[in-house]
Design a protein around this ligand. Structure first.
Ligand code: ADE
Ligand code: ZN
Length: 350
């Protein structure tokens, strides 16, 4: 029943095969978009990080290739490069500049609402006072971007799985202390092969009690069982990635029935070698099976992608037309963690 309702909301329509571009004035890349899965540090352009490293006289040259892009061979090397790049972001002012750069890029890609993962681990070492200063700087930059480019930002505080449950407890304190109209959610990222969701139950319970909405990375490097555990133990309403649920179709059906939203990042999965090309990505199957999903970039410069590119590649791979993408944007806004007034405001931009 839920699935039928969902199909109505999405206005599911499919074109015949072979349509690279949608009908009408626009190409799909020009449509208004809602992005719910973006790591702020992971969205830092390599030139921005190189510039900061130069200003601070820090040598992190080893993380770039000859072309100036981030260099990594697999997910675990990606995490190391990510943390090395982040090491040059040492002041609230750095985060303000980063937020401005990231939102300019997102707005240029047609994004009108964005939720970004924010990590007190990197912003003041999980100290609540320091975190407040970083957050203030990020918010000011976000307010300027909204006035200038019509893009709204909200934050999801994220603990990092491979840093362990004790650090997550400190992180959730930062989240609880700053929960409100800007910090709207709590989540977990990092190496899914380390630890278990049940180790983080205390932190997620605290976040929920503080009124924060919940999401967890799962089913990216862990299989369907990892998704089941995140749903059962952390009681999240959205799953970051979740793509490997496809290996257990009963789970896919449960996800669809329960209305759990998958924050799908196809370009990220393909760049990291999870799937061998766009047509092989399970997002097409999720769509057919009535699973709620959103489309995001995860860490766009690392994966040489943008929201505009994600839309274009999906359009080419699955022949999805403008109506499908419009449905995705509306469904994403529905799944956003912001308050009703913000949702209403953003809806007018779609
Ligand atoms: N942190 C940044 N990107 C991530 C990803 N794709 N998976 C897990 N943690 C991350
Ligand atoms: Zn992610």
């Amino acid at each position: 029943m839920w699935r039928q309702a969902w199909r109505r909301i999405w206005g599911f329509r499919r074109r015949g095969r072979g349509g690279v571009f949608c009908e009408g004035r626009h190409q799909v890349k020009d449509l208004a978009k809602v992005e719910l899965h973006l790591h702020l540090e992971g969205a830092a352009p390599p030139a921005f990080i190189r510039g900061l490293a130069k200003e601070k006289k820090v040598d992190i040259g080893g993380i770039f290739d000859e072309g100036g892009n981030y260099r990594f061979a697999d997910f675990w090397e990606f995490l190391k490069v990510y943390e090395a790049a982040t090491s040059v972001l040492t002041k609230p002012e750095d985060y303000a500049r980063l937020t401005t750069a990231v939102l300019e890029e997102s707005a240029a890609s047609g994004v009108v609402y964005c939720e970004t993962f924010l990590s007190p681990d990197f912003c003041g070492g999980r100290d609540v006072g320091a975190w407040r200063e970083y957050l203030h700087a990020i918010r000011e930059a976000a307010d300027r971007a909204e006035a200038q480019d019509g893009i709204t930002l909200r934050g999801i505080i994220t603990c990092i799985r491979h840093f362990g449950p004790e650090k997550a407890r400190q992180t959730v304190r930062c989240a609880v202390e700053t929960a409100g109209d800007f910090i709207v959610g709590f989540g977990i990222a990092g190496d899914e092969k380390i630890g278990k969701p049940k180790d983080f139950v205390w932190s997620f319970d605290c976040a929920r009690e503080a009124g924060l909405r919940l999401t967890a990375h799962a089913g990216e490097w862990g299989g369907p069982e990892s998704v089941r555990e995140a749903l059962r133990d952390l009681k999240v309403e959205r799953i970051g990635h979740g793509v490997r649920a496809i290996e257990d179709l009963a789970l896919v059906d449960e996800i669809a029935e329960a209305g759990i939203v998958l924050e799908v990042c196809p370009g990220s999965n393909i760049a990291l070698g999870l799937y061998d090309g766009w047509r092989k990505h399970p997002i097409g199957e999720f769509y057919k099976r009535g699973v709620k999903f959103t489309v995001s970039t995860d860490d766009p410069p690392f994966f040489h992608t943008t929201m505009a590119r994600e839309y274009e590649m999906l359009n080419r791979a699955f022949d999805w037309d403008e109506g499908v993408f419009d449905g995705i944007a509306r469904a994403s806004l529905d799944a956003a963690f912001c308050d009703a007034d913000t949702r209403e405001k953003v809806l007018k931009r779609l």
